[in-house]
Design a protein around this ligand. Structure first.
Ligand code: SF4
Length: 282
């Protein structure tokens, strides 16, 4: 039982309200360092890569530096996904953290929150990306806002984002599967928009599979274990990592039913039948 990654939601609070984000009706909650250590220690035997979010903006966590120190103690490789607004404020701490392996910056979040100081936002993100690459950390600058067939997508801001990028990371860039490599360890990553699973949506399909519970699991900030990082409301609760251990949770009926369904090309849970992401595996 090993996962390529585990998501641990250190806070479900956010400083933005993006149109593409499903948000959550769960109570606002932030893990204390003691709670984080307890959960991280339970997760550690089952993955090397810890992602510090499900929903929420991880750079808002008031003791993030302490959490990263715990991750270093436990020899985790940490991945942080951020909307980028707090990168300038947290830059020194992040770049000096040995545990931090990669930062994903959701550049598409700005479009959803305009108006604002677009130039200052981009320059904060790009300056961080440059220093981060030089410090040996991976950076993915995400434009997950494609909704058509063009390379640059339908988002009106994409062109100006790329122009600003060229000023900081001069061409030539190298094309790769997902977008471009701008320089060592710094990438632009494109993806299509997808529909977050939601029980209020119409059912899409009962047939299909998913890599959840094989590649990944997620733990919400109240300790609830869910199969994937898209279960933003905890609609598929498999157990609680505060009171249980991972093998016990994964050996229990809800997890086994879900997984055996995935092997049989059957989406047994109503949420999975309403999941736009599962389309990728059809
Ligand atoms: S099908 Fe969607 S909701 Fe279900 S486990 Fe996979 S990613 Fe999560």
């Amino acid at each position: 039982m090993r996962f390529s990654r585990c998501y641990l939601e250190i806070t479900n609070r956010c400083n933005l309200s993006c149109s593409f984000c499903p948000k959550t009706k769960r109570p606002a909650r932030t893990l204390s360092p003691a709670e984080f250590r307890l959960l991280a220690e339970k997760i550690r035997p089952y993955t090397d890569y810890l992602y510090l979010h499900v929903l929420g903006e991880p750079l808002m966590h008031p003791q993030l530096e302490g959490l990263l120190d715990i991750c270093r103690e436990l020899s985790f490789r940490v991945v942080i996904t951020t909307n980028g607004t707090l990168l300038p404020a947290q830059e020194t701490m992040l770049l000096s953290s040995p545990a931090l392996y990669k930062i994903n910056v959701s550049l598409h979040s700005f479009e959803a929150n305009a108006p604002g100081d677009f130039g200052a936002y981009l320059s904060g993100c790009f300056s961080f990306a440059k220093k981060s690459g030089e410090a040996g950390k991976l950076v993915d600058l995400r434009l997950w806002n494609l909704d058509g067939e063009t390379t640059r997508g339908q988002n009106a801001q994409n062109d100006s984002i790329l122009e600003a990028l060229e000023a900081v990371f001069p061409q030539p860039w190298v094309r790769n599967t997902w977008g471009f490599r701008l320089r060592d360890r710094v990438f632009v990553h494109y993806a299509e928009k997808f529909d977050w699973p939601d029980l209020s949506l119409e059912e899409q399909s009962a047939c299909g599979t998913c890599r959840a519970l094989r590649d990944q699991i997620a733990v919400l900030s109240d300790g609830t274990v869910v199969p994937c990082c898209l279960d933003h409301e905890g609609d598929i609760p498999l157990g609680n990592l505060f009171s249980q251990n991972l093998p016990e949770i994964l050996d229990d009926t809800p997890a086994k039913l879900l997984l055996s369904g995935f092997f049989a090309q059957k989406l047994s849970h109503p949420l999975c039948r309403r999941c736009g992401y599962a389309k990728r595996f059809r």
